[in-house]
Design a protein around this ligand. Sequence first.
Ligand SMILES: C[S@@+](CC[C@H](N)C(=O)[O-])C[C@H]1O[C@@H](n2cnc3c(N)ncnc32)[C@H](O)[C@@H]1O
Length: 718
Amino acid sequence: MDYAALLQKQKQLTLDAQGRKGKKATNKHGRAFLEMLFANKTKPSPEGCWVRTCFISYAYPASTTPLAQLRPILISDLRLETHHHGKVLFLRTIGHPTRILAVQNAVEDQSGGVDRLAVYNTHPTTPIEQILPKHALFALREPFYKATVDGGYTIRVDHPSNLIRLQAGDERVPAAFSPRLVELDKEAEGLKADGNAAYGRKEYCAARFEAALADANAAIFPLELGTEALDEATAKLNGKAYYRAGRAAYALRDFARAAEYFRKVERCSASGDADAEREGKRAACRLEEQKTGHYDFAAMSKAVSATRNNRLDHADFSIRVKDGDSGSRGRGLFAVKALKKGDLVLCEKAFELVFASENAKEVYTMVNLNTNRASMGAHATLLFDLVQKLSHNPEQARVYFDLHDGGYTPKIPPQLVDGVTVIDTFRVEAISEYNRFGCPNVRSSDGASMKPRAGLGKNDDDDGEGEDSQLENSVGVWVVASHINHACDGNAVRAFIGDMMIIRAVHDIGAEEEILMPYCNPKNDGPATRTSMKKTWGFECDCRICEADAGTTKAQLVRRRALSKEAVRFLENNKLSMQHLANAASIRKAEKLLSDIEVTYDKTAFANNRPRLALTTLGHWLCQAYNFASSQRKVIECAIRLLRDLGYGISVANKKVTIDYSCGRPDIKAIDAAMYTAHSHYSLGERKQGLYYEEFAEGLWVMLYAEKQGFRERYGSS
Ligand SMILES: C[S@@+](CC[C@H](N)C(=O)[O-])C[C@H]1O[C@@H](n2cnc3c(N)ncnc32)[C@H](O)[C@@H]1O
């Protein structure tokens, strides 16, 4: 898909529309046409995959003015391309709703004026009949009116919180609508509305309980204000209520409170309660994880698979880190105490996550006019999920809106207006762009363990750089990890098992030292990586690799790029396998190319094992080539050189191997290099050295993939 063309076209259409700003709509469709358009209930989409394009239009703030302070306006008074500040539009839906990207319906106002209403950023799984049902009444705060590409007009809602559903009997409903009011079903809608109204009046306790009892999905049960109120209310209730409160607290990840409620259930019953006992134990496990960071990662890894919902039931472990000031980087995350290489730094469940596998039926292309970015995949669904989650949970909204937003203004905080949580969807997306991480559908080790490397087991032509493309598939937000700043040579690295992000130290980290991790895999071309970081994240990396690269002359860079292109061609034409071994000429060519690229690295700037990434793919090829040729000493020589180019300084004295991890990048190539070395030592009868390298490789594997799963599949047994 040509994203640039799509973006350009949309910008032009928006610009053209601006020419009509402030004018009244002409040649509008009449009631009969709109009634016909929305006459029928929408049939479910036929089977197949639908690609939808979601445009994030130019940002404008969500309305925070209460209805009581807004003056009514009629459809006939609306001006094109205009945000009608200080105004409210009372509307009644005429037809049956339909969804293309927005949920749409025909609407009328109290004077009989008609138009089309389009509500964006609602969740695709929310039934449209729930969003804009036929004959429902709404108040739309500060409406925005637009011409559409099909030559018509629409009242466009980008912030769903601007649209307030009004219930029968609400005194704010204009009198002209009264004769045609449709009685609501008090059973479902009425109970929810009573809860919302109580919430609006700040009767939190009542609101919580009405919501909790009416809604089995306890995740939307708000505990954000004074949990004593909850205690007070539950005290009047029986064990069943305590049990529900325990489940609700668990869903809100307040495991201590959940455990307390489950204990109360047991106290209410003389003979004990098996369900409460089981749930109490579960809450106790979560508390243990929170306190100690002891997780059964092997079991977690077994629990996820391509066919399951990989959202895991585990607590966060975050007591080893704290927020702090990182100077020009803004806020950062810092180690509370000294950590050893391989230690768990943070283990966090996703705040919100969309697995690519869940998007099989609808694929969204998202085009953002504010940031000039376009992407395809789960990003749009993540936005809809976030808007839904934040709208239902003000406490979670406060956490989310505290994340870095790239300087987005205005910073409208989540707040309750007319009983609805105001959520600025443009700011939600701005924050998502700076804070979301790509992740695999199942676990990080899959790409590596399923494709064993040539010469170390089965055949493989993966160059070890495939992780990024796999990471693009699923996308999520982890709010604690979001405070971590970037460094290409970071001291921490992340892995995923299902929706859990597991961050480990790649070398020893001092107390109070900032935790840094690479946001993306640095590519072999350092300056190119830096330019793309600047474009995507808005900063220039000043890590040790980037600092060394900055000292490289233009001539050296031009030469390195030309040689790297030659290396790519060489690798494409010289794929290795048992059937295609390298001949002496190709090995000579690779050695020559490698030493030519090495010359482009300034010796002083890249001293002390600073990674020289442009050497690593060719270095890896040479390890494989010598391994196939059973030239064990050459394998060891090449693998140690490759490890050095990945930042690991290896020194061997009296058969004792010492490894300097301080600049090391735990890359799959480094693990392969260590295992090539181990296997070669074994073949040469040097078991002790072999074991040392194997232990080093296994340690790197756990850093990179969270636990040992997949290591033996790739490398076989020692
Ligand atoms: C996910 S946030 C990280 C936390 C952020 N610093 C904060 O204040 O909340 C990403 C943003 O942090 C800043 N940042 C991250 N790494 C940086 C670095 N190495 N140098 C300068 N700014 C950095 C950039 O503004 C980037 O867009």
